[in-house]
Design a protein around this ligand. Structure first.
Ligand code: PLP
Length: 411
């Protein structure tokens, strides 16, 4: 038999071939999907209360908006600028990193990205060769495994449940380590659990990574949202010897209520930042200059806005945790950071509610949306079925109304 002239002749188009395997395998972001469904129902006139969105319900502070308005009027901002970020912003990020984390870096160690999401993807794309493994503590933020796979890597999940405050131990990591392990992913405060690792725990994990020559990608996007007087220490500050094999991801989204502006960054060793900048120069070029100018104002200003938001989040955190724990079968540990509560709902599964018997957290989330018009994200999205994520970045009255509906439905 003669060889087919085109691969397509041998393998006729099918849906699998129309989309590459690499992209076809990516799951939709479950958190964005829940949020979109809740918003669509709301737009159709249904009184849905959404606990799905991972964004502050506050507007961006006025002085930041003013900086953007001003930037619109400056023709230099209408042009292409360096792909890796405005020099002013890189400098301001370096100063902010020293001020907030105690981590001394140079502007050349900063790459400004379209949000933390792009920072994470570019960091993995820069570090991973096909087959390299990344240890991902679960419950994890839904984007991490997809981002790792997209970069050719293999996510290796390590589950820490509520009995260990959702925090992994060195012994667990050691069990997951293989010859292919290249990176440890670390996220504290955590999305979805709100867990915050204390200094000793950060040090233990960082020393373990150092001892085994592993890279660490640490996502510090919720650094300022911590409660009960806690701190979220930065891993390369606690273990300074890690600096050459550590990438920090951060951004303005959560601290300054700027999710829609799309400014994040990577901090890392210069060679990594340079390589990642090359990638970005072909993928997206510079982040919008207007948004970058707004980010300069944000990171060089004070932290009063996040303190105001933090006070409201703290109040809502206490309310939601105590109200969730009043529901039979729901166990909600107290989150120490971010703006999420992550209760186990295993005690509710298998119970018949309003004629329906949910056996998974996904089915329970659907039931809640149908019968109580309350949207939360099922634990399946975070690598831990049997849980639900509730964002408490919504108004106090809505929060109480939403959880009261659940108490009635599930109670
Ligand atoms: N990292 C974590 C843990 C997050 O929860 C998010 C957003 O939800 C991000 C990074 C990315 O934020 P953005 O891309 O909006 O800057």
């Amino acid at each position: 038999m003669s060889a087919p002239r085109h691969a397509a002749d041998a393998n006729p188009p099918s849906s699998a071939r129309r989309i590459s395997a690499r992209i076809g395998g990516i799951a939709e972001s479950a958190t964005l999907a829940v949020d979109a469904k809740a918003k669509a129902l709301k737009a159709a006139g249904r009184p849905v209360i959404g606990f799905g969105a991972g964004e502050p319900d506050f507007p961006t502070p006025g002085y930041i908006v003013e900086a953007a308005v001003e930037a619109c009027r400056v023709p230099a901002n209408h042009r292409y600028t360096p792909a890796g970020g405005l020099p002013d912003l890189k400098k301001a990020i370096a100063e902010k990193t020293l001020r907030d984390s105690g981590y001394a870096i140079e502007p050349s160690q900063v790459l400004v990205t379209n949000g933390g999401k792009q920072a994470i993807y570019e960091a993995f794309a820069t570090l991973l060769d096909p087959g390299d493994e990344v240890i991902v503590p679960a419950p994890y933020w839904t984007t991490y495994p997809e981002s790792i796979r997209l970069a050719g890597g293999v996510p290796v999940e390590v589950l820490a449940d509520e009995t260990q405050d959702y925090k992994v131990t060195v012994a667990q990591l050691e069990q997951a380590r293989t010859d292919r392990t290249k990176v440890l992913l670390f996220n504290s405060p955590s999305n979805p659990t709100g867990a915050v690792y204390d200094r000793d725990e950060v040090e233990a994990l960082g020393r373990w990574a150092l001892e085994h020559g592993l890279w660490v990608l640490t996502d510090e996007i919720y650094e300022h949202l911590v409660y009960d007087g806690q701190q979220a220490p930065s891993m390369p500050v606690v273990v300074p010897e890690l600096a050459d094999t550590c990438v920090v991801v951060n951004g303005v989204a959560k601290t300054y209520a700027m999710t829609g502006w799309r400014v994040g960054w990577v901090v890392g060793p210069k060679d990594v930042v340079k390589a990642a900048t090359n990638l970005q120069s072909h993928a997206t070029s510079n982040v919008s200059n207007v948004a970058q100018r707004a980010a300069v104002a944000a990171v060089s200003g004070d932290l009063s806005a996040v303190h105001v938001m933090g006070t409201a989040f703290d109040r809502r955190r206490r309310t939601i945790v105590s109200m969730l724990n009043e529901i039979d079968g729901v166990v909600c540990p107290e989150p120490r950071g971010a703006f999420y509560a992550y209760p186990s709902v295993k005690g509710v599964l298998g119970r018949t509610i309003d004629g329906v018997t949910p056996t998974t957290s996904t089915e329970l989330a659907e039931l809640m949306l149908d019968k109580a018009e309350v949207a939360a994200v099922p634990g399946e999205a975070f690598g831990s079925p049997g849980y639900l994520r509730f964002s408490y970045a919504l108004g106090d009255d809505d929060l109480v109304e939403g959880i009261t509906r659940l108490q009635k439905l599930l109670g």
